[in-house]
Design a protein around this ligand. Structure first.
Ligand code: ADP
Length: 617
């Protein structure tokens, strides 16, 4: 299996695909060990109980068969010896009954352990997936191939470790049974074992091949499955319903959803038909073998090579032996399949993350502020750079406004400053220390950002404010102060349960807010970071009117006197208040200076300003 190939597997040529199957096949036990380890870490007691029950369930059937033979022979003997051994027969029958009850008990016990483990293991794997998600970087989530990995891991992998472990146990159980049958069967003829194995092998090879095919289908399809999940979201979630209804998009999107299914179903059906036709043909082979052996055993009895009791035993052993062989083979086939699926889980869990190396809590020049030096950046896979050769210097107490058309790189600049992405060339320094050298926590404490697409948590109003500083997430006093500063306090007090009002429509009694109200919440969130000395507002006031925005920015500046404020806005009435204005165009800074300087220059800024001012007149 190709551990790196997202879609590359799809392009694999036939020999390469065969090699993949082979490699994967010999790697069958690679993930089995990890799956057992995972279960061991999840619940040792249950795993041990399962091991013991497996042993019991493996040994008991042979014992039952052996006692069965004793019973028949004891009956035959008792009839010939005129009734002397009836007690012995009854005792054997009782013993067999107990053993059969034991088998049933062991199987029930196994399924109980399995049910309990399934729940615990599912939760554990999901937590592992989410924990990993926390360590990933923004760019991972924006990368569709990576997203496919995540989707695949989430969809299948939580049930696969248990399945793999169950199959490993099933395999052991059947192997133990088979071994115990073998001990009894070789007394009839050593060839019987060979017959059993040879009859099962073709079915096994076919099964392994089809498992591989099914897995490759699953892998290629991730983009389509993801589209289906996405369409489900768009069609049935409150934040999309409004548009879908008014634009009448429903039927069209539903049709797309259906089309994807039809396409996938066609492939599924073809595979299922092939799998089951071959399965049936090969099972005929197995039946023929069984009945051949039946005839052989019957003839041996007629020739009095074996007793009647032995005949019943051998027939039973043979039948069960064949069951065990096919169970073993299908367990190995299933393990192969589980391993393939688990490989997607581990592929995801082992996605390399570049752990920030820095550990410095402060820089050497505390009053140097923020510097961008010849910073350039291109998004992975993009043809054009989003930022080119950016130079900026902001000292404490300074406010900067970023101006430019949509797509000119304003948000990207903020993403680089907050280390969500790293520049391809050039460097960014805070207090004279390059960003990569800062410790994660120190950096986070220094910078407060509100993005234009800030998150609307479906939680309490207060928590929505508190989210701005995780340490005070539940601190009511801080909620109040921050809401006051963000001008959100007035409307929050009007809400039915004040700061403890549930927001959003997903949960009971959830309140919806207007766009402007949400923005006030977001602003309040920015004010939670009272010790952050670099504050960034990326158009969080766009839904407010121009006057409210200007007022808020003014207020923001007074509160943030010794700090660095960076503001992105399309409103020149606000922009003009900033100490420095940088005009971005296609990722470059084309003009920089104060409002007065830029107006005097009569360049791009002056033109845009005049244009907007005319609009207001
Ligand atoms: P602005 O904030 O000025 O509207 P952005 O910084 O968001 O602009 O975008 C700058 C450029 O980078 C645009 O051309 C945009 O298409 C591109 N871009 C933005 N985000 C991404 C991303 N996650 N992946 C690839 N390209 C992106």
């Amino acid at each position: 299996m190709n551990p790196h190939g997202g879609r590359s597997a799809g392009a694999a040529t036939a020999p390469a695909a065969n090699r993949e199957v082979l490699l994967g096949f010999f790697g069958v036990f690679r993930y089995s060990r990890r799956a057992v380890q995972l279960v061991w870490e999840t619940n040792r007691a249950l795993l041990l109980a399962m091991a013991l029950l497996t042993l019991a369930a493996g040994l008991l059937p042979a014992a039952v068969a052996w006692i069965g033979a004793q019973i028949v022979d004891a009956v035959v003997y008792a009839r010939n010896a005129a009734g002397h051994n009836a007690v012995r027969v009854l005792r054997l029958v009782l013993l067999e009954g107990c053993l059969v009850a034991g088998v049933a008990g062991a199987q029930r016990g196994l399924s109980l352990c399995q049910a309990l483990l399934r729940a615990q293991l599912g939760q554990r794997v999901n937590v592992m997936i989410l924990e990993k998600a926390l360590t990933l970087e923004l760019q991972h989530f924006e990368d569709s191939e990576f997203y496919d990995k995540l989707t695949r891991a989430r969809r299948e992998a939580s049930s696969r470790p248990l399945s793999l472990v169950m199959r490993t146990f099933g395999l052991t159980q059947n192997a133990i049974s088979l071994l115990s049958y073998a001990v009894l069967l070789v007394r009839f003829s050593p060839w019987t074992m060979l017959v059993l194995l040879v009859a099962g092998l073709p079915a096994f090879v076919a099964e392994a091949k089809f498992s591989g095919d099914a897995f490759r289908l699953f892998r290629w399809r991730s983009p389509e499955t993801r589209m289906q999940v996405y369409l489900e979201t768009v069609l049935a979630r409150e934040d999309h319903v409004k548009e879908v209804k008014l634009f009448g998009l429903g039927p069209r999107l539903l049709q797309r959803y259906r089309d994807i299914f039809t396409r996938l179903y066609r492939e599924d059906r073809a595979l299922a038909i092939r799998r089951d036709s071959w399965g049936f043909a090969l099972s005929l082979l197995a039946t023929a073998t069984l009945y051949g052996a039946y005839a052989w055993i019957a003839l041996s009895t007629i020739r009095e090579r074996i007793t009647l009791g032995q005949m019943t035993m051998y027939l039973l052993l043979f039948r069960q032996g064949q069951g065990a062989v096919s169970a073993i083979l299908s367990a190995v086939g299933g393990m192969y399949e589980d391993n393939l699926y688990l490989s997607t889980l581990y592929e995801y869990l082992e996605t390399p993350v570049t752990t920030p190396v820095g550990s410095a809590p402060r820089g050497p020049l505390p009053s140097d502020g923020v510097r961008f030096e010849h910073v350039s950046f291109t998004y992975p896979g993009a043809a054009e750079p989003a930022l080119s050769d950016i130079d900026l210097h902001l000292t404490p107490g300074c406010s900067l406004a970023l101006v430019g058309e949509n797509g000119s790189g304003k948000t990207t600049l903020i993403k680089l400053l907050t280390r969500l992405y790293s520049p391809d060339s050039g460097r960014i320094l805070i207090d004279g220390l390059p960003l990569p050298e800062w410790s994660e926590d120190a950096l986070r404490a220094r910078i407060g950002v509100i993005f234009q697409d800030f998150t609307r948590y479906q939680m309490l109003v207060g928590e929505n404010v508190g989210a701005g500083d995780e340490r005070y997430f539940e601190d009511e006093q801080r909620w109040h102060d921050a809401a006051e500063k963000g001008r959100a306090a007035d409307f929050i007090q009007q809400l039915p349960r004040g700061y403890r009002t549930q927001l959003g429509k997903w949960f009971k009694d959830g309140q919806e807010l207007s766009g402007g109200q949400w923005q006030k919440i977001a602003l309040a969130r920015a004010f939670m970071r009272i010790d952050a000395d670099i504050l960034v507002l990326d158009e969080p006031t766009a839904a407010m009117d121009a006057r409210a925005e200007a007022e808020i920015f003014e207020h923001f500046r007074t509160l943030a006197r010794d700090r660095i404020t960076i503001l992105i806005s399309h409103r020149f009435s606000t922009v003009r208040m900033a100490d420095q204005i940088a005009v971005l165009n296609y990722g470059r800074i084309i003009e920089k200076g104060s409002h007065e300087q830029l107006m005097a220059e009569g360049g791009h800024y002056a033109q845009l300003f005049a244009l907007q001012a005319r609009g207001y007149r």
